[in-house]
Design a binder for this molecule. Structure first.
Ligand code: TXA
Ligand code: MG
Length: 316
C-alpha cells in the first residue's frame, strides 16, 4: 500500500465508513483517524502506530452537541473552556458514556475529546455521525508530524489516504485537562497556554512526573523522541562537545561552531518556536550528527510545552 495525498473529503468518508484509516490535518499535529465507535477501526490505529493498547486515544468532532452524546456530564469549568477555546488546541478529559468502546480509552472511565481548529477537518467531521479517534500520526514514540509529507514518510506504506491541510499552525499537541475529584488537572502541556486557562477558571493542578503512576493508562513519559540522542544543555556549555558532530536547537541565537544549528525564533516568539520545534528535530535527525543538543526555553506560555517535549525527547 502507498498512501495517496489529497483533499478528497468524500473519499475520506468512504474509507472511514468501512473501518479504514485516514490521516487528518489539525492545527496542532496530523492525526491518524478512524471511526471512534468502530472497534475494528480503533484496533487498526493501535496496530498502524505500533502503539500499546494501554495508551488511550482522543476523540475529535465538530460540535459540543455531538460531544454530549459521548460523555456523561460536562463540568461548569469545562463548559467555560470549551466555549472559549474550541475549536482549538485543548483536549478535555470527561466521563465517557457506554457508547464509546473501551479500546478507545484503554479501559478508563474517562475519554479525551476535542474540536480541532482546521477548516478541512471540520468539514469532514461535520459530515460524520461518529467521532474520529485520532492519535498523532507517527509511529509510537517518534516525533509528531506537522505536514502531510511527514506522515507519508513514516506511515505512507500503512494507510490509504492522507488528507492534506498544509503545515499545522500550532505544531505541538493539544493541552490535555481533566477533573480529578472535581479539581482541574493538566495531564499534558500543549498548544494552549496554561496561563490562558487559569485566567478563566483559576489555578489548575499540573500533574508532575512524580505523581504519574507509570502503570496508569495515558501517563507515558517516553514520547516525541528523535532516533539520535538528544541532550538539554545551556549554550555556555557547548565547549564540552567540541569533539562531536552536534546539531543544535536554540531559541533565538545562531551558533556557528556546531555542525548544524536550528534557530526556532529569531524574534523571540514562543509560538513561532513551538511551531518549528518538531520539524527542526526531524531535520536534525536526518543529518550526519552524533547528537542533538537543545537549550532550555523560557518557562512560560508555549515555552513550557517546548521544554516538556525536549525533556521527553531526552529520556532514552
Ligand atoms: O493535538 C493533539 O492532541 C493530537 C491531534 C491529532 O489531535 N493528538 C494527540 O493524540 O496528540 P495522542 O494519542 O498522540 O496523545 C493523546 C494522549 C495520550 O497519550 C494520553 O496520554 C492522553 O492523550 N489521554 C487520552 N485519553 C486520556 C484519558 N482518558 N485520561 C488521561 N489521558 C488521556
Ligand atoms: Mg502522540
Amino acid at each position: 500500500m502507498s498512501a495517496l495525498i489529497g483533499q478528497d473529503i468524500k473519499y475520506c468518508i468512504e474509507l472511514l465508513n468501512t473501518s479504514e484509516l485516514v490521516a487528518i490535518p489539525t492545527e496542532t499535529v496530523y492525526g491518524l483517524a478512524g471511526n471512534g465507535l468502530d472497534k475494528k477501526a480503533v484496533a487498526r490505529i493501535f496496530e498502524t502506530k505500533n502503539r500499546p493498547f494501554f495508551d488511550p486515544l482522543i476523540l475529535h468532532t465538530d460540535s459540543l452537541s455531538k460531544i454530549q452524546g459521548f460523555v456523561k456530564d460536562i463540568p461548569e469549568a469545562a463548559k467555560i473552556l470549551a466555549e472559549k477555546f474550541w475549536p482549538g488546541p485543548l483536549t478535555l478529559v470527561l466521563e465517557k458514556k457506554d457508547c464509546i468502546p473501551d479500546i478507545v480509552t484503554s479501559g478508563l472511565p474517562t475519554v479525551g475529546v476535542r474540536i480541532p481548529a482546521h477548516g478541512t477537518t471540520l468539514e469532514l467531521l461535520s459530515e460524520l455521525e461518529y467521532p474520529l479517534a485520532a492519535p498523532s500520526a507517527n509511529p509510537f514514540k517518534y516525533i509528531s508530524p506537522t505536514t502531510a509529507q511527514h506522515v507519508y514518510d513514516q506511515l505512507g506504506g500503512k494507510l490509504s489516504y492522507i488528507l492534506d491541510g498544509g503545515a499545522c499552525k500550532i505544531g505541538v499537541e493539544s493541552t490535555i485537562l481533566g477533573f480529578e475529584n472535581g479539581r482541574p488537572t493538566v495531564y499534558r502541556l500543549g498548544g494552549l497556554e496554561i496561563e490562558k486557562i487559569e485566567e478563566l477558571i483559576g489555578k489548575v493542578h499540573l500533574l508532575t512526573e512524580n505523581e504519574h503512576n507509570p502503570s496508569a493508562p495515558g501517563m507515558l513519559k517516553l514520547h516525541y523522541a528523535p532516533t539520535k540522542k538528544l541532550v538539554i544543555d545551556s549554550l555556555s556549555n557547548l565547549d564540552k562537545y567540541v569533539e562531536m558532530r552536534v546539531g543544535l536547537i536554540t531559541f533565538t541565537e545562531f551558533i556557528h561552531s556546531v555542525k548544524a544549528c536550528k534557530v526556532l525564533s529569531i524574534r523571540k516568539d514562543l509560538k513561532e518556536a513551538a511551531n518549528s520545534l518538531f520539524a527542526a528535530m526531524r531535520d536534525l535527525d536526518k543529518e550526519d550528527l552524533d547528537m542533538i543538543i537543545a537549550e532550555r526555553f523560557p518557562d512560560e506560555g508555549l515555552g513550557r510545552a517546548i521544554n516538556d517535549r525536549l525533556y521527553r525527547a531526552s529520556i532514552k
